[in-house]
Design a binder for this molecule. Structure first.
Ligand SMILES: Cc1cc2nc3c(=O)[nH]c(=O)nc-3n(C[C@H](O)[C@H](O)[C@H](O)COP(=O)(O)O)c2cc1C
Length: 318
């Protein structure tokens, strides 16, 4: 699959996840085979107001390219202006969020609400495309609810407005994250447009890499929750696609990835990284022997050594 000059051999992408896909973690996913990573959603309005925290969330590091910055908003002018300003962070793509189900965002006519205002969605894409020199992509759900499954129509409008790729999460807004991702609805989007379509939903959880491709007919796969605490999922999914047994990643390798994540987070975020690191460490150790006790003690971890010791204590028990 190709977008502009970028060739994606496996089409394995890291899905944007607010509070999860920080720059330290994205780089680790790239190392294990994610071919495109996306920042968590950032507010276009906040970007245009020069908000420092928002720019930090959108910042990219050298070892995570190609990377997209995802923006959300409802005003075509503001979205265009934000995309233009974000170009100074050197993303390879700008992604527009049309799938966020969070009530506060939907109430503002942003995120998934744009699925109900196809005309405005088209104007947003058109304006962002005009404002930047990199490909503009869109991420959506299959519809707001079971009675309005309009992703194929919206995808077509976005394509006509200049979008270079469409990612579809196979759930409605009403479903949030419950049930299973509907692969047949993603397939309908694939039939509706000629630009690449990326399937999102349950990849690496209930769907192996090869299954996700055959059920959706998509050109690529975006991996979300399966990558939480497991950046190595991309290596496993590559093996699925190649039709070979999944490789074994040793506990020693996992522990050293966790330590590197801690180091990088502290380097980029300083003290602000503590909360994030606690959450990541809980995911890294989920299901392992002693992880329940770790979660009880995790709030006492404040230094790098505390985190190292907690992680080591779990892996020593495996
Ligand atoms: C904690 C969390 C945060 C998310 N944040 C975003 C986001 O910022 N932007 C976005 O487009 N999707 C977001 N998503 C949706 C994911 O990108 C993805 O489409 C969804 O989780 C389904 O894929 P999965 O089954 O692989 O997790 C988020 C999902 C989760 C679980």
């Amino acid at each position: 699959m190709k977008i502009n000059n970028y060739n994606f051999r496996y089409g394995l992408f890291l899905a944007p996840m607010a509070g999860v896909t920080d720059r330290a973690y994205r780089a680790l996913c790239v190392r294990y085979g994610a071919e495109l990573v996306t920042t968590e959603l950032v507010s276009a309005k906040a970007v245009t107001m020069g908000d420092e925290r928002t720019f930090r969330l959108a910042s990219l590091t050298e070892d995570e390219h190609p990377a997209a910055i995802q923006i959300f908003g409802s005003d075509p002018m503001v979205m265009g202006e934000a995309a233009y300003r974000l170009m100074k962070l050197s993303p390879e793509m700008i992604d527009i969020n049309m799938g966020c189900p969070v009530p506060k965002i939907v109430r503002n006519g942003e995120g998934c609400a744009l699925m109900q205002d196809v005309e405005k969605a088209g104007k947003i894409v058109e304006n962002v495309v005009k404002s930047v020199s990199v490909p503009v992509t869109v991420k959506m759900r299959i519809g707001m609810d079971e009675n309005s499954l309009n992703a194929p129509l919206l995808a077509k409008v976005c394509e006509q407005a200049g979008a270079s790729m469409i990612t579809v999460h196979g759930r409605t807004r009403n479903k949030m994250y419950s049930g299973f991702s509907d692969c047949s609805e993603i397939r309908k989007v694939k039939s509706a447009v000629s630009v690449p379509v990326i399937a999102s939903g349950d990849v690496g959880l209930t769907l192996k890499g090869d299954e996700a491709y055959s059920l959706t007919g998509a050109d690529g796969l975006a991996v979300g929750r399966a990558a939480m605490g497991a950046p190595w999922i991309f290596a496993y999914l590559k093996d699925d696609i190649d039709g070979v047994p999944r490789r074994v990643i040793s506990d020693g390798e996992k522990l050293s990835v966790i330590k590197e994540h801690i180091d990088r987070l502290l380097f980029y975020e300083g003290e602000r990284a503590l909360c994030q690191m606690r959450t990541h460490l809980a995911w890294y150790t989920k299901g392992l022997k002693g992880s329940a006790a770790l979660r009880r003690n995790i709030n006492t971890a404040v230094t790098k050594d505390d985190f190292y010791t907690l992680a080591e204590s779990i892996f020593a028990k495996c």
